[in-house]
Design a protein around this ligand. Structure first.
Ligand code: C2O
Ligand code: CU
Length: 601
């Protein structure tokens, strides 16, 4: 693997320090060994041809998707990033909890400022209880469209999987392709208030596959032997869409989700939100031949048009047999609007919850939040908000009617150094007004949100429950894949309509709920999650649709320190990228629209 080498002896002090921290945070049952790995990530542009056009994309080490990071549970990785591109970038290690180490988490203007062209920065990525598959991606602008890759976390030395050892494995990164210069377009659209770009195809391991123009020659192919069981590590790295995925002729047995194992679920298809990763077993016991694997958009916005692109790749059995006919397509791949297929699949996810893989669902909740996730509007003219016409207002996304604005100095630095003026601590635990969230008709005032950099502060070890409530405001009902940095959370409940405080908690699964870092709030429904705030630091949480994140569907938890050094945020590394010279970007968050919101969804 490019840029990869390992030092066995050089970093014992660091290993010991990390392990002590992990032990105190209660993430390890006993003393364990851990390795340290070093990667060099060079951000540089390469030329590629897609859809018959020559394009330039920013990559890591010239690879698309980027390099796979391969570790064992509990290891530490140093990634030295050198930016040879033309604009600032940050990287994030999606689903890696990084105990006490927000400094290396990466979301731009939340835990750091961008790594500028010509500069470099070393991330220290600390693994704790994660095992299975996660991923890494850029976390600034929309750069993650081409800057992403998988993280493979093997069981510790001397331990094994909770299923029989697979005969082989493969990484499948699902991506989305944008024609043209996405970075330039996004920045222009923010200034001109135009609609944001939509993808022009779905990728499997960087290739559009057989159903797109000028793509056939490079379709991703994977050869398998007959009669084996393979572990597929699937990443949804798509920018703005959820995906169904299936393999013709073969069932998929899902055994892991977001870096935690689950009770095996055998299905003909899966659905992954952007941010989700799945470990899937595939048994190659079908007539030797070639079979398509395919991905299709799962779309929930009412009026939006399914984009109709299907990403594809080919599984080929090795051996001598007749390849004459074209590969078989998975005809049971759900259609774009198949809400039932998506919700059914997500509802089947359950933690192992056994002696070896116990759950610890918080039972005595000390902090409860009820949060609307919604499309909304900002006043186009602050003195005369044109509510009735809806014209001249600015389309936004919000949580509890607050649309997030990035500060110009990252929250982590402002918090650590006690500098005021960059954020406030008044993110509301409840919507300011209660209303019928899922009703199609609504008072237009309800859709007007505030802008702000409002964070929620949690005490160390707080037991937190959040109910996310989807809304129908502005005809914008949709699923939202909510993602929390620094944690995995238990999904204890989900349902349709408005959350009912009396009848819905009775339905909670507190026995074997799945533990994930990203999960969908059903369209016009609710999602209940729980976690213990035992990771001190500054942690972003947001909808993992880039367009909703850009429009303000994000906020931050500041989790205070515990009583000891080991339960506290670590001091910063000697160098962090400087935050000088950034314009106050409150203005660039505005997206005005002169008509129908639906055009913009
Ligand atoms: Cu996949 Cu905020 O990240
Ligand atoms: Cu969203």
């Amino acid at each position: 693997m490019e840029g990869f080498f390992q030092l066995q002896n050089a970093s014992h002090v660091l290993i010991v320090a990390s392990c002590v921290l992990l032990l105190v945070l209660g993430q390890f049952p006993s003393w364990v060994s851990a390795d340290v790995h070093y990667y060099d990530f060079l951000l540089k542009e390469i030329n590629v041809t897609k859809l018959c056009l020559n394009e330039t994309i920013l990559t890591v080490n010239g690879l698309f998707p980027g390099p796979v990071i391969r570790v064992r549970k509990g290891d530490t990785v140093y990634v030295n990033v050198t930016n040879q591109g033309n604009y600032g970038v940050t990287l994030h290690w999606h689903g890696v909890k990084q105990p006490g180490n927000s400094w290396s988490d990466g979301p731009v203007f939340v835990t750091q400022c961008p790594i500028q062209p010509g500069a470099n920065f070393t991330y220290e990525v600390i693994f704790s209880d994660e095992e299975g598959t996660l991923w890494w991606h850029a976390h600034s602008d929309w750069t993650r469209a081409t800057i992403h890759g998988a993280i493979v976390i093997l069981p510790k030395e001397g331990t094994t999987y909770p299923f029989s050892h697979p005969d082989g494995e493969d990484v499948i990164v699902l991506g989305s392709w944008y024609t043209g210069d996405l970075h330039k377009e996004i920045n222009e659209d923010m200034e001109t208030h135009a609609d944001i770009p939509h993808s022009s195809g779905y990728l499997i391991n960087g290739e559009l596959g057989d159903f797109s123009n000028c793509s056939r020659g490079t379709t991703y192919r994977w050869s398998v032997d007959y009669g084996k069981t393979y572990l597929l590590r699937i990443v949804n790295a798509v920018v703005d869409d959820e995906l169904f995925f299936a393999i013709a002729g073969h069932n998929l047995t899902v055994v892991g989700l977001d870096g935690s194992y689950i009770k095996p679920v055998e299905m003909s298809y899966i659905m992954l939100s952007p941010g989700n990763t799945a470990d899937v077993l595939l048994t190659t016991n079908k007539p030797p031949g070639h079979y398509y694997m395919a991905s299709r958009q799962f779309l929930t916005e009412k009026e939006a048009t399914p984009d109709g692109y299907t990403g594809s790749a080919i599984i080929e059995y090795t051996g001598d047999y007749n390849f004459s006919s074209s590969p078989i397509f998975p005809h049971y791949l759900p259609q774009s609007r198949d809400m039932t297929a998506a919700v059914t699949f997500m509802g089947l996810m359950k933690s192992l919850a056994n002696e070896d893989y116990p759950v610890s669902v918080p039972m005595n909740i000390t902090t409860k939040m009820f949060i609307t996730v919604s499309m909304s509007e900002l006043c186009g003219d602050r003195t005369d908000c044109n509510i009735t016409a809806g014209r001249g207002n600015i389309l936004a996304s919000s949580m509890n009617n607050i649309s997030w604005v990035n500060p110009i100095v990252d929250i982590l630095q402002a918090y650590y150094r006690n500098v005021s003026g960059y954020y406030t601590t008044d993110f509301p635990d409840w919507p300011l007004v209660m209303y019928n969230f899922t009703k199609d008709t609504f008072d237009p005032h309800l859709a007007i949100s505030d802008q702000g950099t409002k964070v929620k502060v949690l005490n160390y070890n707080e037991s937190v429950e959040i109910i996310f409530q989807g809304t129908a405001l502005l005809d914008g009902a949709a699923v939202h894949p909510m993602h929390l940095h620094g944690y995995a959370f238990y999904v204890v409940g989900m349902g349709q309509g408005n959350f009912n405080n009396e009848t819905d908690p009775v339905t909670y699964n507190l026995v074997d709920p799945p533990k994930v870092n990203t999960f969908i709030v059903p369209r016009n429904g609710w999602l209940a999650i729980r976690f213990i705030a035992n990771n001190p630091g500054v942690w972003l949480w947001h909808c993992h649709f880039e367009r909703h994140l850009t429009w303000g569907m994000d906020t931050v938890f500041i989790v205070k320190n515990g009583d000891t050094e080991e339960t506290s945020l670590r001091p910063p590394p000697p160098y962090m990228p400087p935050c000088t010279g950034y314009p106050n970007n409150i203005l660039t968050k505005k997206w005005s629209y002169a008509g129908d919101v639906l055009d913009y969804l």
